[in-house]
Structures are given as structure tokens and as C-alpha cells.
Design a protein around this ligand. Structure first.
Ligand SMILES: [Zn+2]
Length: 328
């Protein structure tokens, strides 16, 4: 039996409900994953829903043996899966850069500034090209000051380069695949990947079938070409993994309530436009996700393909390095 390997999943999603069962995350413990970044909301989720979800997740995780909320990488322990929260988009900040510190106090350690569509902070990857706004520059400075890791997944190309230029800290793509291998607007160019690496950051290929041209859940084996391409493009110090696993739970309704400002109801066709290949039949928006059990298979696969030194970096050491530098 080989020694335990340090493993970091840069993005995992539970249903965004106060009724969600967080014990699904124990599948990561069984697969020996040391840390997961857990989504607590996206641009379409009103702040009140996000607050309620954070409270529920934090309380439930703190009473679940094998899971632990962490503030920093120093809090990680062998045999326990550390969890910190991530926010997908700048809209829940409600126009206030100070809200970054408020989310940080609730356990948020990573955030994107846009989710697929444009907002007052930054542009999304499924919308018209848009620069980082003046508010966006304030948010970047505040995230740098507080120690929140900036994530460019779901962000428009122009805004992503603006954030890279503005940030004084390393930035990441926590869950994004190379468009050189599969062309989709959620995927990213080699130039974006290289620019992230130049900040000292990390690019994490993601296990979403739709962004790999698959209509099923990807396997660890399916990840290899994306990891291979990332290593060839940005080098072994700058590649990690973010599954984007989404757990379906029977009877849980995570439909966002109406927007508190506009009163408009949630429209999935706006956030995941058909024009970008999304369908809206059941839960098929993602086309299947890399399951936590695949983390048990990844070390041997990566060892065989890239050797144990590079495998360790991809499995978790690169993300741990960046988080330790940014969260401090
Ligand atoms: Zn996402």
C-alpha cells in the first residue's frame, strides 16, 4: 500500500439548500481527499439564500466526523477532509467591495467575479466582452488585502486578463478546461492559462462532461489529456484539479428565490444559454461530473503517466502552495 498522497479538489458543489445533507462529502474522505473548496452560491443566488446556506453548511460540517471547516492551510489535518467555501460571482456582493471581508468572515476563501453573465463587477464567459469595472478593481484590491483567492472560472476573457493584471496575488482557474482540446466558451485559451501561471497561480482542469464533449460523467482517465495539455502549456508548478462535482439529492429544491432587487424569478436559460450548448432537460446542464471515487484512481494513473513528483504537485501540492500564500 502506497503512502497517503495529499489531494486537493478545487471546486465541489452540494445542492444550495438548508435541507442539504453534507454527509455526501464523506465520499471525499473515503477517497483520501485532504481538502475541498465547497460552493456556497453563484450570481443567481440572492444574498439571503447564500447566508442561510453558509450557516447550514458550516453547522453541519462542524458536527460531521471526518470533515472540518478550515480557515487556513495550517488547519488541515491528516485523516480529515478540510473544507472552505467558494463564491461563484461578484453579484452577491451587491455593489460593495466591503462585502468581500464579510464573506471571508463566514469562511469564503475563493471567489470568481462573474458567473457566465456580465455584472457590475466583471464580465462573464457567456456574455458580451466586458472589461473589469472600477468596482471590480476595488474588489480585486480588497480580495488581495483580505486574503481571498481570486478564481477566473466562468469569467469573460477580457475581464480575466484585467483581473490577472490587477491582482497583486496569484490567481487560479479552479475548474476550467483547455479550449485547445474542446472548444466551448466555458473553456480557456492557452494564453489565459499562461497568464495565470505568470501570477504564480494554478490552472485546474475540470471533470465536467459537457466541457469535454462527453454526455456522461468523466473518469479519471478522461482527465489525462487535459492535465497533459495544462502541464505542457504552463509547467508542473501550475496545474491542479477541480472536479466541479455536483451531488444530486432527492427531494432537495435549490431553485433560487426571486431576485430581491428586481423581483424577477430565476431563469436558467439566462444563466446557461442554449446558444452555448446547454440543454435544460432535468439535471443535464453539466453532462455528468468527475465523481469523488475517481480520486482513489488518480494517483496511480498520474504516477504512471507523469511520475510521482509531478503527480504530487497536480494532486494537491500546487493548490496548497497557492492557498498558503494567499490566505495567510
Ligand atoms: Zn462553476
Amino acid at each position: 500500500m502506497s503512502a497517503a498522497r495529499f489531494k486537493w479538489d478545487a471546486h465541489v458543489c452540494l445542492p444550495l439548500s438548508v435541507d442539504t445533507d453534507v454527509s455526501d462529502l464523506l465520499a471525499y474522505r473515503r477517497a483520501g481527499v485532504d481538502f475541498i473548496s465547497l460552493n456556497i452560491g453563484m450570481c443567481m443566488n440572492p444574498p439571503a439564500q447564500i447566508s442561510a446556506v453558509i450557516s447550514h453548511f458550516a453547522a453541519a460540517i462542524s458536527t460531521t466526523e471526518g470533515l472540518k471547516l478550515v480557515d487556513s492551510t495550517a488547519d488541515l489535518e491528516p485523516g480529515v477532509t478540510g473544507v472552505a467555501f467558494d463564491l461563484e460571482g461578484g453579484r452577491p456582493l451587491q455593489g460593495r467591495a466591503e462585502a468581500v471581508a464579510e464573506f471571508h468572515a463566514l469562511g469564503v476563501r475563493m471567489m470568481h467575479l462573474a458567473y457566465n453573465r456580465n455584472n457590475k463587477v466583471a464580465g462573464g464567459c457567456h456574455d458580451a466582452p466586458m472589461a473589469l469595472t472600477a468596482l471590480g478593481h476595488e474588489v480585486v484590491a480588497e480580495a488581495n488585502r483580505i486574503g481571498v483567492l481570486l478564481d477566473l472560472s466562468h469569467t469573460g476573457t477580457q475581464s480575466s486578463f484585467d483581473i490577472i493584471a490587477a491582482s497583486s496575488a496569484p490567481v487560479v482557474f479552479s475548474h476550467a478546461n483547455a479550449s485547445a482540446l474542446y472548444n466551448h466558451a466555458r473553456n480557456i485559451s492557452d494564453a489565459q492559462m499562461r497568464a495565470v501561471a505568470e501570477t504564480g497561480g494554478v490552472v485546474c482542469p475540470t471533470g465536467v462532461g459537457k466541457f469535454m464533449g462527453l454526455d456522461r460523467a468523466p473518469t479519471a482517465q478522461d482527465m489525462l489529456p487535459y492535465i497533459d495539455h495544462a502541464l505542457a502549456t504552463v509547467g508542473e508548478e501550475h496545474v491542479g484539479l477541480g472536479s466541479d462535482m455536483w451531488f444530486a439529492q432527492a427531494g432537495i429544491d435549490e431553485t433560487p428565490p426571486p431576485d430581491p432587487v428586481t423581483g424577477q424569478g430565476f431563469d436558467p436559460h439566462y444563466w446557461w444559454p442554449e446558444a452555448f450548448g446547454y440543454d435544460h432537460n432535468g439535471s443535464a446542464i453539466g453532462g455528468g461530473y468527475l465523481a469523488p471515487e475517481q480520486w482513489s484512481v488518480l494517483p496511480d494513473l498520474l504516477d504512471t503517466r507523469f511520475g510521482p513528483r509531478i503527480a504530487d504537485k497536480v494532486l494537491g501540492e500546487n493548490m496548497r502552495r497557492v492557498a498558503a500564500a494567499v490566505w495567510c
